[in-house]
Design a protein around this ligand. Structure first.
Ligand code: FAD
Ligand code: NAP
Length: 336
């Protein structure tokens, strides 16, 4: 059923005010082509909405919002591998817990990332040293251009740092309806990420189990990140910038304390939170938007902000960082 003028403020974790001109919930994938045809006939833009935890509404959405509500999880263990296929509307943190309970491992570091399964490939979600691409097998969805169902491999998805083909060539063109992950039945864990290793060491866990790794990630996240239900936000507002090796050397000479993370391709990742903090933005408030006191990468809606206010603060931070460090900060969430 298609509804009109639907309030989206409770459907985005930033609690930004916006309404959808048309709105439908997708519970049956067979209804997707008809919904898209409805929008196509009227030349309306389409927005696929998952958990609304990585987007910024700056105005009412003038087209059709399709709330992804497809459900279902299938596990298929074959020796040491376990293929897990989850529908796009499944909750990501719940899927991580379900896999752990069924002894399928590999998702521990991605515990408690808000949102739906179908959005996970969009920016190749990542945390604590693991990215979706490390456990990805394939995905299925509808190509709005070719008007057919397609299965895409990891290579097709062109995963990169907080990026994929769905943010580029396939933007606004491909609806992901299910994702298949390749997990393992052997309890191998990845604890190389410094903050995680430190937390496990403090607990005296030299050889932690997957459950212990997941619990440590959950505890760090709860201690550092604002809960969107209490302090509305969209997680990290900016991506960590990646600069050339040469540029990183120049910056290190000028700012010796600047954290730098060398990448396999010779470029160097900088910590956007450090740059923003050093520039004095942490804890600052502009009208109803606050640069979070515990994590400068997160912008928080004090309750009355709209998307324009959020963008205004973001632009001021971007301009300041560019002026101080000659580094461009890209906005991570999708802006509508
Ligand atoms: P939405 O916000 O609903 O959508 C995001 C974009 O994906 C939109 O452009 C939407 O149209 C598109 N999209 C959604 N579903 C589909 C689909 N099925 N098919 C096609 N397009 C689709 N991200 C990380 O990577 N790592 C983190 O550690 C992390 N921590 C976070 C912590 C907090 C407190 C918050 C609020 C956010 C965090 N995020 C993190 C960002 C966010 O959780 C992820 O990007 C998540 O995958 C977004 O899922 P969603 O369902 O909410 O997507
Ligand atoms: P943190 O541990 O304080 O580290 C700050 C930054 O340094 C991170 O952004 C991280 O980059 C980088 N970093 C730290 N140790 C690293 C290592 N060993 N190798 C490579 N890079 C390293 O970060 P945090 O803010 O508390 O977040 C913890 C994790 O959760 C991070 O992975 C972060 O990306 C993720 N997270 C993401 C969002 C989001 O919305 N995207 C929100 C909250 C948390 P990376 O970000 O590239 O890992």
């Amino acid at each position: 059923m298609i509804r009109v003028h639907v309030d989206l403020s409770s459907l985005n974790t930033f609690a930004l005010p916006a309404r959808a001109r048309f709105f439908a919930e997708l519970t049956d994938q067979n209804e997707l082509p008809d919904l898209l045809a409805f929008a196509n006939h009227q030349a309306l833009p389409v927005l696929i909405l998952g958990g609304g935890s990585n987007l910024v509404f700056t105005e009412d959405f003038p087209g059709l919002v399709i709330k992804m509500a497809l459900r279902g999880v299938q596990l298929d263990s074959k020796g040491e591998a376990c293929l897990v296929t989850a529908a796009a509307g499944e909750n990501w943190p719940d899927l991580v817990e379900q896999c752990l309970e069924k002894h399928c491992y590999g998702l521990e570091n991605l515990s408690l990332i808000p949102g739906c399964v179908g959005a996970a490939p969009i920016q190749n979600i990542g945390a604590y040293g693991v990215e979706l691409k490390d456990v990805f097998y394939s995905l299925r969805g509808w190509d709005c251009f070719d008007q057919c169902w397609k299965t895409l491999t990891a290579e097709d998805c062109q995963f990169a740092y907080r990026d994929s083909v769905f943010k580029r060539e396939l933007k606004n063109r491909f609806v992901i309806t299910e994702v298949t992950l390749k997990l393992q039945t052997k309890p191998i864990v990845d604890t190389h990420y410094s903050a995680l290793a430190q937390a496990l060491n403090q607990q005296g866990l030299q050889q932690p189990s997957p459950r212990q790794v997941a619990d440590a990630v959950i505890a760090i996240r709860k201690s550092k990140l604002p809960d969107p239900l209490k302090l509305p936000n969209a997680g990290s507002f900016f991506k960590n910038p990646i600069v050339s090796g040469q540029r990183a050397k120049t910056l290190a000479a000028e700012f010796p304390a600047m954290p730098q993370y060398p990448q396999p391709d010779g470029r160097v990742k900088l910590a956007a939170a450090w740059l923003i903090d050093q520039a004095g933005w942490k804890g600052k408030r502009l009208r109803d938007v606050v640069c979070h006191q515990q994590q400068a990468l997160v912008l928080v809606n004090n309750g009355l902000a709209d998307g324009q206010q959020v963008l205004n603060m973001a632009r001021q931070i971007q301009a300041d960082i560019k002026q101080r460090y000659a580094v461009e900060l890209d906005i991570e969430p999708s802006v509508y």
